[in-house]
Design a protein around this ligand. Sequence first.
Ligand SMILES: [Mn+2]
Length: 215
Amino acid sequence: MSDSLLRRIGAFSDVHGDAVALQVALEWFQNQNLDAILCCGDIVDGPGDANRCCNLLRMAHIPTVRGNHDRWLLRGWLRDLPDASRVEEISPVNRGWLENLPATLRYQTVRGALLLCHGLGENEMACVRSDDYGYALEANLELQNLINRRQFSLVLNGHTHQIMARNFGGLTILNPGPLNRAHGGWGAVFDFEAGLASWKQVSDGEICSQQMQRF
Ligand SMILES: [Mn+2]
C-alpha cells in the first residue's frame, strides 16, 4: 500500500461469514498489482465462519470499516436473525479487532477524495439504491449532505447488496456488491484513472469478470 494517490483499487463488502469467498478474493486481489484492497464492512452474520473472516482480513491488513452487523454482534443486538454469528465464536483478538473498526476511512485518489464507509458516512444503515430516484434521493439526508459538502468526490460503500456506480453531480457512489456467495459473490476493481468499474464474481473457487461500467 502506498501513501500516494490511489489509481486502481480492489474492493468488497458484506462478507457475512463467507470465508471461502473471502480467501479466493483476497488471493486474486493480491495478484492484481492494486494500490489498495478495501473492505466496506459487515464481516459477520451469515452461514460460514465469521471468526475466520476476521482472521483473514486482520492478517492481510485489509483496511476495513464497521458494518451494522459488526456493531450489532458486539452489542448483542438482533441475535435472533437467521445465521446470526455468536460472539463466543469470535476469538478475543478478533473481537478486539471488530471493536476497533472505524465507521469511515478517507483516501486520496487521482479522482479526488474518497470516503470508505458501510452505508453513507457515519450512518451504516443509510444507503442509495440503484433504483432510487426523485423524492427518494431528495429526502436522503446523508446523500444530500455528501453531495452538498463537496468534501468527497467518491464514496465507496456496501450495505445494499447491490453492485452500483452512480454519479450525483460531483459525487460518485461505488458499491462492489456483496462478497457472500449466497448474495452473489461480488467484488470489484475500481480504476480511478480510467473511470472504470469492473465487477467480478467468485464462483467455483475462481474469479470471473462479469460487468463493467464507466463512472
Ligand atoms: Mn449492512
